[in-house]
Design a protein around this ligand. Structure first.
Ligand SMILES: Cc1ncc(COP(=O)(O)O)c(C=O)c1O
Length: 424
């Protein structure tokens, strides 16, 4: 009896599991905290971090905000987008993107995506342009480069501005040129689900000095979040870094769920707001910029790791989800017949995470509120129903991938079944 019990507990304690999020970044040090407390807080980390973001994207100016959505909103404001204007977005995006357009009094217009890349289909773009169109948002979904050359060519012909949504794609490139440098403006997100994290956060980058000046004015006019929100954002970064360790998965999964239910963590909960929230746009705090500066130093190795993990997933999954080396692979995503079945089968050891399971991630229904009509982007709707996402962050090692391989075999997902799902 004793022996059986012991065996059971050993099994429980050595059980490892992987979350979608890697809060640590590649080279987290606990000494950061001490360094910050021992005088680091006196440095203006926001400007130091902004220079690092600008270098990482490959543009001269970066201006930070409290979230990617706020950076996008600031870009729209600086470009003079307002009532009566239309902004073209992919039919498969995060709801905060159309929300920011609505907050400017403008209207989002949707263009369907390609099934292979999950990105806007440039062949359908021209039909969506009207005399009121002012901006095209070119999103690099899941870090896979969109056909940005075709999109910018159409935009130049129609004299439209291109904003690159690099929320998932910092550190990626397309035909040797860095993502973010093709359009007129680029914005990034650094929340916990992205390539690197400042807990929450975002930045907008551009080459034009007058535009940068306008963005700086918007930033300076914006307020910091209240101190208790900033404390929660910092606290949750540390706490989740600890709790999402694979070795603690067995204990921390229910604990994290409880903390979420008790609203201990701070997220912006404005996904369903079609009116601009009062704190919007907010600034990035000094301590978040301090974290950001440290994690961005490891961006290149972070991206190389994600690319290597994506190649392994592709091998395990019989080539499903074509891998291009210039992608960032914020997640490894593919279409399967029943995402719910994958989730249920893997949940003991792996958080698959229902990410982008709606055409407007964060809003499951009432799409009319964001000017989307059901059936308007049929491929995006199909993709949203069949997508699964696997993590690629720094904690996904060979051991995690071997486990994953074993589960996939147990699930019986053969090459034929996977390609069947892709054909739809
Ligand atoms: C494609 C895309 N764009 C923009 C954003 C907005 O970023 P944030 O959550 O930092 O506001 C997200 C967030 O997930 C996103 O997925």
């Amino acid at each position: 009896m004793m022996k059986r019990l012991l065996k059971h507990w050993t099994k429980v304690f050595v059980r490892r599991g992987w979350y979608c999020y890697d809060f640590l970044g590649a080279d987290h040090r606990t000494s950061w905290v001490l360094r910050y407390l021992a005088g680091g807080f006196l440095t203006d980390w926001v400007s130091v971090y902004e220079q690092a973001v600008a270098r990482a994207i490959g543009l001269p100016h970066a201006i930070t905000f409290g979230a990617g959505r706020m950076a996008f909103y600031a870009a729209l404001e600086a470009l003079g987008v307002g009532p009566g204007d239309e902004v073209i977005v992919p039919g498969y995006t995060c709801v905060v993107v159309p929300n920011a357009i609505l907050y400017r009094g403008a209207t989002p217009r949707y263009v369907d995506i390609c099934r292979e890349t999950f990105n806007m289909d440039p062949r359908q773009l021209e039909q969506a342009i009207t005399p009121r169109t002012k901006v095209i948002v070119a999103q690099h979904t899941f870090g896979r480069p969109c056909e940005i050359d075709a999109i910018t060519e159409i935009a130049r012909r129609h004299r439209l501005v291109v904003i690159e949504d690099c929320a998932h794609a910092v550190g990626g490139s397309f035909r040797g040129q860095r993502l973010g440098t093709f359009g007129d403006v680029a914005f990034v997100s650094t929340d916990q689900s992205k390539v690197f994290s400042t807990s929450l956060g975002g930045a907008v980058c551009c080459a034009s000095p007058p535009l940068a000046e306008k963005l700086r004015t918007i930033q300076q006019r914006s307020a910091q979040l209240p101190w208790w929100c900033r404390v929660r954002i910092t606290f949750q970064y540390g706490l989740l870094a600890l709790l999402t360790r694979p070795s603690l998965y067995w204990a921390s999964q229910p604990f994290i769920q409880l903390l979420q239910r008790l609203k201990v963590f701070f997220w912006f909960r404005d996904e369903l707001h079609t009116q601009r929230p009062p704190y919007y746009p907010a600034r990035l705090s000094n301590v978040q910029a301090f974290i950001g500066w440290h994690v961005i130093q490891a961006l290149q190795s972070n991206v190389r790791h994600r690319q290597a993990v994506a190649r392994r997933y592709a091998e395990i999954l019989h080539g499903a989800g074509s891998v291009r080396d210039d992608g960032v692979w914020a997640r490894y995503s593919l279409l399967v017949p029943s995402p719910q079945r994958w989730e249920r089968a893997l949940e003991k050891y792996f958080v698959v995470g229902r990410w982008f399971s709606s055409v407007s991630h964060g809003r499951a229904d009432d799409w009319a509120a964001i000017h989307y009509t059901s059936g308007q982007c049929p491929i995006a709707e199909f993709v949203a129903e069949h997508i699964v996402n696997f993590p690629t962050h720094g904690r996904i090692d060979e051991r995690a991938l071997r486990r994953f391989h074993m589960w996939v075999e147990r699930l019986g997902f053969t090459a034929e079944r996977l390609s069947e799902a892709r054909r739809g």
